[in-house]
Design a protein. Sequence first.
Length: 226
Amino acid sequence: MRILVVEDELNIVEYLKMSLEAEGFHVDTATDGNTGLEMALTNSYDAITLDIMLPGMNGYNVCKHLREAQISTPILMLTAKDGEYDEADAFDIGADDFLRKPFSLVVLVARLRSLLRRGSSSGQGSVLQVADLVLNTSTKTVMRSGQELSLTPREFSLLEYLMHNEGKPLSKTQLLEHVWGLDFAADENIVEVYIGYVRKKVDSPFDQPLIHTVRGMGYKIQDAKG
């Protein structure tokens, strides 16, 4: 599960990143509202923890802009303020949950897992389809023309991100940051290698290729008939 932590207190950022990664999450971070909004708009996350008091743009406005952009990612808002009006305001603009500082890591993780389960059970975004290729994010299965394909977790994440952005060219940098993480130190050519792996499983056995190289831009997945 990929989590975006938007928080300006560096000690909290470091603590949450280390602790949540120890719980099995992949964590990206932003320390101001504008950066957090841009990352949430351009990347696919399973959940977002969003502080209210942020430089540049406060958490309320970040949440509001995301909902206006039809981004339905579960948002857990965090605040050092104590007041029921803050909580009411957060829910009014589209937050899914609210937690006051200081908070227990156990409670935070439980809240995040609850939001993730809620999103999964709602069925929203659980199935992605391009032509005859179907990817189920809940069951972690991939089917093409009724045939189940066997992908590694990394190949699955790469294909999922391409399908989330159907028809949109994605650069090697974008793919590396999303699938491998912002702090992953590796040459961008690893993306090309894994695109090759995915093509062998998703395209090679079938008549119609879906994964395309866009010269000078990157890669995209698209139904040629579309």
